[in-house]
Ligand binder design. Sequence first.
Ligand code: G6P
Length: 609
Amino acid sequence: MCGIVAAVAQRNVQGILLEGLKRLEYRGYDSAGMTVFNGRELTRHRAVGKVAALSRKLDTAALPGTSGIAHTRWATHGKPSEANAHPHHSGEQVAVVHNGIIENYETIKDQLQASGYHFSSETDTEVITHLLAEKLDSGLSLFDATQQIVNGLGGAYALAVISPQAPGVVIGARQGSPLVVGVGIDEAFLASDPLALLPVTDRFIYLEEGDLVELSEQGAIRIVDCDGNDVERPIQTFEHGDGAASKGDYRHYMLKEIYEQPEVIRAALEGRLSDDHVLVESFGPDAQAIFQTTKQIHIIACGTSYHAGLVARYWLERYAGIPVQVEVASEYRYRYPVVPEGTLFVTLSQSGETADTLAALRYAKQLNYIGTLAICNVPGSSLVRESDVTLMTRAGPEIGVASTKAFTTQLIGLMLLTLSISRVHGGHQHHADIVSALKALPALCQQVLALDPAIEVLSEAFAEKHHALFLGRGAHFPVALEGALKLKEISYIHAEAYPAGELKHGPLALVDADMPVISVAPNDDLLEKLKSNLQEVRARGGQLFVFADEQVGIEERDDIRVLRLPHIHEALTPLLYTLPLQLLSYHVAVLKGTDVDQPRNLAKSVTVE
Ligand code: G6P
């Protein structure tokens, strides 16, 4: 989950690398560095903290040169420090940036130390630099040296390498971590994410697992696959406009992305609905056959995407009659899951590169699933390329580390899945109503966003709190989980979510005047039960914040603050009720002065285990 950017051109590359790093900062931001080859030697700057700290060093002493590599780090091995920041060098010979984890680095380090190599960092990456130096000393070219050493690396990596022994050349390699080639005119680039390179190109080659690539001056690109054969990979044009990657008039990316939800929900539905049903072909030509044989579903995801999966369980069981299991990928991949006949494997991921989710997919492919479906936001991502059937969520680039529009568009994808499977199995009940509610959803989301000023006022009650409890019932329990996750991620307030009916089995003991309790109360068949749970909170002196349907009779009192939401078909309430919780977390974080878009210790795309 670090970010890599590399370039070889016939112009100075420092600016390209620096802009690339700024765009990759969402992947990690505890330190950054850059090495440029100036025609004679490798020159390097590294700095602890955000890319801005590196930028200041470059202002003082520029690094001119036509080939270079750069990195923004999210620490795994060794604390954030200048010595641990990338690029790592082996003497004057070679410079490396790395994303991923080399699991066998200790063994390799012992061997290298025994051969006399001196280590100047605590990182796993540094072994790669000395391994390369050893091979270069034996007379191999930089390309051959990299090809030989990657075979001995266990774990996951994306690498970019330069050396004065190969002027005008950048080598890249990927295994388990994302890396794309940016195709320029007489120049070529590498990055962990195409977003990094949009100022210089919109044409990309998505490397496959085990690929090794050589970029040279004049933009020549040579790719060799894991068997050592020269291969051609297709060049794809990037779909999202670059405007999506800027903050526009918003103070934070997160706020912009929250406000984009009506528009991206509309995009996620476009061309996928008829008058009264979902077009199953939205999932591609093979979907019909796979859905026909689907008797149950296993959904695997991480973080916010996992919460989307939990909502979908309620939908798929209720509206499609399909039993569903939902599990976090890091648990699933190390279990011995029983896969009943006719089970479809579904992954959810914003990035399509989350290491645990990807590993779970690869594991699932060895089991007897009838097929694999990825619901994902990034076309060309590993998850998309490796799944049988895919649905793009069309949220556009999401930069804020705390996921917002990616979540709601995943829910759209999951509702489309629910109705598609139901339809393929001959179901039609509720379809027309839900389809017309989906069409009305963007406008209702807009109405909810108009409540923002009132939510901002509400947020003042949280800024001084240390804990918060979120309650929901049915499909709104995962909405509560997502609300709690948002609050803890960006405001660092300890927040927990419970199914409201479970309150009396433990968390009620925590309720007092210092514990705000947030609840979502749509007008569904669990409303009366939820109201009783809320009384349990009031009776203990708790302060309640209720997001309620305009038609439910929950009145505002001293100890209950109520925010009324427009009425919507009950199938879609999890979507609508997510928005005020996102806004609440946002405003609490702004009041607390935390880093909203890049909260401490977190990264947007977790490409390490
Ligand atoms: C990280 C991000 C979360 C995200 C999770 C899963 O933890 O900070 O926002 O939900 O990864 O990522 P994915 O890309 O697979 O949805």
